[in-house]
Design a protein around this ligand. Structure first.
Ligand code: BV8
Ligand code: ZN
Length: 291
């Protein structure tokens, strides 16, 4: 990693008042979870508009559930990597006192916005000892939801469990491309689902992720804080999906700085003139930058 770039990045960390991190699929690449648009990307085999949208679920819930059940399995088997750990450690008070002593008391810790739904960053934050855990867990927003959550389409009961899809037997045995009857798809109050507030409602569950055309989670908080961000770290994202893709321009327009951790420099419509670009796998570039 170029030393002078690292020195000036550290200087930016040390003088910043409001630091935000936006993470994308590249953050989990080293954990074996495929990205969407890079080589071997998920969307290269699936047309995202065919599956990751509410209309797809309405038209063919069986195919959508089979798609997410398989991804939930691979997320369940994945482990956080050094980049997840580096970002989580950066949320700890002792790291911040050392690296970011100028943070505004309004924003005493970085905001970690992840577009990933694999829960790998949340798992690291939740693994901290009790003294740090509560504060660290407040740092993260999973803006595109979480593959370990289901939401009932009837009573809106949300359940999060680091376990296979509730009622997944039929899904697991279904050959790719076959259509399961809707009764065999995950149901509210079904196997593995805690009885919801209305008792066992039996409604059809959906994956707790944000699909295209749906509003990302906690956008009000994100927009409010983004307006005052003076240092934005973009980690492993192609900045092609809005509104996350637009955050860098927002920060630059307000005089903030942008640091990119990616296999390649920023490109595409949402690209800005980044102040720092660390090219390489983020599991290698992020730990020394936040050590
Ligand atoms: C919304 C969950 C309104 C589901 C996902 C035209 C113009 C502008 C916008 C739109 C438009 N048409 C439609 C829209 C809106 C649309 C959109 O942006 N479409 C795009 C395709 C143009 N957006 C929406 O619909 C969003 N909702 O706009 O609501 C609204 C908005 C604000 C306020 C009120 C109302 C909802 C979008 C959420 C969609 N759900 N996922 C699922 O995954 O199944 S999106 C999906 O893409 C993932 O969440 C993913 O995180 C996200 C972004 O992709 P990346 O994470 O960046 O991953 P990608 O593979 O693309 O890139 C990986 C990067 O990592 C690469 O740069 C690569 O070089 C790098 N990399 C790889 N390995 C490494 C690495 N870097 C470092 N180290 C490595 N080892
Ligand atoms: Zn229900």
């Amino acid at each position: 990693m170029q030393d002078e770039a690292l020195v000036s990045f550290r200087e930016a960390l040390a003088s910043s008042k409001n630091i935000i991190i936006v993470a994308g699929a590249g953050l989990s690449a080293a954990s074996g979870i495929p990205t969407y648009r890079g080589q071997g990307g998920l969307w290269l085999n699936f047309d995202e508009t065919k599956l990751a949208k509410p209309e797809a679920f309405k038209d063919d819930p069986s195919q959508v559930w089979q798609f997410y059940h398989r991804r939930r399995q691979s997320c369940l088997e994945a482990e956080p990597n050094a980049a997840h750990q580096a970002l989580a450690n950066f949320c700890l008070p002792e790291t911040l006192a050392r690296l970011a002593p100028s943070l505004d008391p309004k924003w005493p810790a970085p905001l970690l916005i992840t577009q990933n739904m694999d829960a790998l960053s949340s798992r690291v934050l939740s693994s901290f000892p009790p003294a740090d855990k509560e504060a660290a867990e407040k740092c993260i927003i999973e803006m595109h939801g979480c593959i370990f959550e289901t939401r009932c389409t009837s009573c809106a009961h949300v359940q999060r469990a680091y376990a296979p899809t509730p009622g997944a037997e039929a899904l697991a045995n279904a050959a790719v491309g076959t259509t399961l009857p809707i009764e065999q798809l995950p149901r509210c109050g079904g196997a593995g689902c805690t009885t919801n507030r209305y008792g066992r409602c039996g409604g059809l569950l959906r994956p707790g992720v944000v699909w295209f055309g749906e509003v990302p989670l906690r956008m009000g908080e994100i927009a409010q804080r983004m307006n005052w961000c003076d240092l934005l770290l973009l980690v492993g994202t192609s900045t092609t999906v809005y509104p996350a893709a637009g955050f860098a321009k927002t920060v630059k327009e307000r005089g903030g700085k942008v640091a990119v951790f990616n296999l390649e420099p920023m490109r595409g419509d949402a690209a800005v003139d980044a102040d720092f670009t660390f090219v390489g796998p983020c599991a290698e570039t992020l730990p020394p930058a936040l050590a």
